[in-house]
Design a protein around this ligand. Structure first.
Ligand SMILES: [Fe+2]
Length: 203
């Protein structure tokens, strides 16, 4: 099983190794994502959680949409592990709030509890159904996103931009951010560095 997960991180590393930025912070975050995906190794302490919620329909739609994108080879590597990804929705739902657990999910593949481990990093996938708003949230970790599929709007106070597949989005420590999908789902890779333990919270 870990060989299939390693194929995913290798595919990510292959793409990210070709990327760079003139922006110092974005460039450093790209190198961190490259290093984390290239150095990921099987986690001897990994205990697969079963059963996990099934987001297969949304994932299948995203993987189909990724064909022909700059990350098509990553989508191809995900397909064999699609039934093994530890999807979860990690925000508590407050009374009166919409429960987004059917529409937003995260699957960490590199991290302390992941199938793979890498020093000072968490790396995984964020999946959103079409026509979904992921409310404004923040966390102390520095986060780099790499879009695999979908043309979602990425929001931060004063900023809203549609980021295509192959595009990066950097969130600095504590920076509020949100995403909105339209007709397509969103599948994106996240890489966290810094404070890996404090969870994201809705603002
Ligand atoms: Fe985030």
């Amino acid at each position: 099983m870990s060989e299939s997960f390693l194929a995913v991180t290798r595919a990510i590393a292959d793409f990210v190794a070709t990327q760079d930025s003139a922006d110092e912070h974005l460039g450093a975050a790209i190198r961190h994502m490259e290093k984390s995906s290239a150095s990921a190794a099987p986690n001897p302490l990994y205990l697969p959680a079963r059963p996990t919620p099934d987001y297969g329909d949304i994932l299948a739609m995203a993987l189909t949409a990724a064909a022909g994108s700059p990350l098509a080879h990553v989508a191809k590597a995900i397909a064999p592990v699609s039934g093994l990804l530890p999807w979860h929705y990690s925000y508590p739902t407050e009374p009166g709030e919409e429960n987004l657990a059917d529409r937003i999910a995260f699957a960490e593949i590199v991290g302390p509890q992941g199938a793979l481990i890498a020093p000072h990093a968490r790396l995984g996938f964020t999946l959103m159904a079409p026509h979904t708003f992921y409310p404004m949230h923040a966390h102390p970790a520095v986060e780099l996103y790499l879009v695999v599929a979908g043309h979602a709007a990425w929001l931060s106070p004063g900023i809203e931009e549609v980021v295509p597949p192959g595009g990066f989005v950097l969130h600095r420590t504590g920076q509020p951010h949100a995403m909105r999908t339209a007709d397509e789902p969103l599948l994106a890779i996240y890489a966290w560095q810094g404070d890996l333990d404090t969870p994201s919270i809705y603002l």
